[in-house]
Ligand binder design. Structure first.
Ligand SMILES: Cc1ncc(COP(=O)(O)O)c(C=O)c1O
Length: 443
């Protein structure tokens, strides 16, 4: 059994200084389950108890090559010599921006920020300036950072099809009630719902903010036809399509999710994989829209385009653009999926995969959910029971089944056999546990 005694001891100390003992609510997994990291290298992470994990969380996506990648870290050290930030620009901003435009055709003009939250806020401000409309639509189950504008949701636990829609509620305390009137929600893969909403409210709504592969909801995936309809409906109602590629960007394809769907957003946001973990985010888009920055719209920030992050991004993007890194991840992921399917099929456990191998959901039913509402009413007990068993075996996945699995270049063949071996053991620990839960017996 895995020991977390040092992590548990540290938690007791840390919680006296840091709310929940951590630096982000999502890192708190319970008083006795919260893990403190010692270090990461490649596709693996070691906690302060010395437990080693093959890591399929990868910081929720930034690590696309591997932890402490020598090539990127060397570039970052060169970036350090530049001096950090100057409240002035460096030439490298143009170099990185040009690379992004080459990889993502929709990214005609670019501005940098530090986090995904900031990039999304910037995109929405630009959209409001361009359209003159303050409202926005978001997809149910989506997550777009922590700004007030997107901290609203509907709870579907007690809802059933045919019943009145649940009310929109703030996600947590402290979200100003006045921002609610700007916020609207639609389910994924239902173009009629979007059209019905815009028919009524297109004079107030200027942006549709969405992810075609939901990076925070089991990688639930939009149909190709839905995305075509979305593009067309947005154009018809003078609503800007903002594709949030904070998780999918430079991960699911060189040109992000827009390349997979052959679609161009009006604005798009990137963050996680841009610098293989060094903090840099991007708001990008159509030139006529982006030119509002500097011509009315204010955008900036003290730490924007820090020389270390910029150097790391230049190297990361060079590797992603010019090597087979993403194709290698895809190949690894296909083998992983085949191996997992073999194990589950041998035990007659229905399952399906969502998203793409680099960002994939594992779902314990033949057919994955088409949207968040369906996910809420799906059976995720198998996942919830399997995840801690995987942790004990040394495979790190998110305890919450909404978070997909992330793969990186360093998850090479060596990780495959070990992952599958440990996955099989975890499944065989999970099955009797579930049976005991169902029959009310103790193991
Ligand atoms: C799609 C998406 N947008 C925005 C964000 C916010 O990014 P950050 O945590 O860097 O602020 C996230 C974070 O997970 C995200 O997944």
């Amino acid at each position: 059994m895995r020991k977390l005694s040092r992590s548990n001891e540290h938690f007791k100390k840390a919680v006296r200084k840091l709310p929940l003992g951590v630096a982000s609510n999502f890192r708190y997994w319970g008083d006795e389950q919260t893990i403190y990291v010692d270090h990461g290298k490649g596709g693996r992470m070691w906690d302060i108890d010395g437990n080693e994990y093959i890591d399929y969380r990868l910081g929720y996506g930034p690590i696309i090559l591997g932890y402490a990648d020598d090539r990127v870290d060397e570039a970052a050290r060169e970036g350090m010599k530049v001096g950090g930030v100057f409240a002035l620009s460096t030439e490298r901003e143009y170099e990185v921006a040009s690379r992004i435009s080459k990889m993502v055709p929709a990214a005609e003009l670019i501005r940098f920020s530090n986090s995904g939250t900031e990039a999304v806020m910037a995109a929405m401000r630009v959209a409001r300036a361009f359209t003159g409309k303050d409202g926005h639509v978001v997809m149910e189950g989506g997550y777009h950072g922590l700004s007030n504008l997107v901290m609203w949701a509907k709870e579907f636990d007690d809802w059933r099809p045919g019943r009145p829609e649940p009310a929109i509620e703030p996600v947590g305390d402290g979200v100003p009630a006045v921002t609610k009137q700007l916020f609207h929600l639609v389910p994924m893969n239902d173009a009629n719902a979007l059209e019905d909403l815009l028919k009524k409210k297109h004079n107030d709504i200027g942006a549709f903010l969405m992810e075609p592969i939901m990076g925070n909801c089991c990688a639930i995936t939009a149909d190709a036809q839905y995305m075509k309809d979305v593009r067309e409906i947005c154009d018809r109602y003078n609503v800007l399509l903002i594709i949030d590629e904070v998780k999918t960007g430079f991960r699911v394809a060189k040109g992000g999710v827009q390349e997979l769907y052959g679609i161009k957003a009006d604005l798009c946001t990137f963050a996680k994989a841009v610098g293989n973990g060094y903090p840099l985010s991007v708001v990008a888009g159509r030139e006529d829209v982006m030119r509002h920055i500097g011509d009315g719209v204010v955008h900036g920030g003290t730490f924007t385009a820090h020389s270390v992050s910029l150097a790391a991004a230049a190297k990361t993007l060079e590797i992603l653009d010019e090597t087979t890194a993403l194709a290698d991840i895809e190949r690894y992921g296909r083998k992983l999926q085949a191996g997992i399917s073999g194990i589950l099929d041998a035990r007659d456990i229905p399952h399906s995969f969502t998203g793409v191998p680099a960002l994939m959901g594992l779902f314990f039913a033949d057919k994955p959910p088409a949207n968040y509402r369906e996910w809420v009413h799906s059976d995720y007990e198998f996942y919830d029971t399997l995840a801690p068993a995987l942790h004990d075996q040394g495979i790190l996945v998110e305890p919450d089944s909404r978070e997909p699995m992330f793969l990186c270049e360093s998850h090479n063949v060596e990780c495959l056999a070990e992952t599958l071996d440990k996955f099989e053991r975890a499944v065989d620990i999970t099955l009797p546990k579930l049976e005991a839960k169902r029959t009310g017996t103790s193991l």
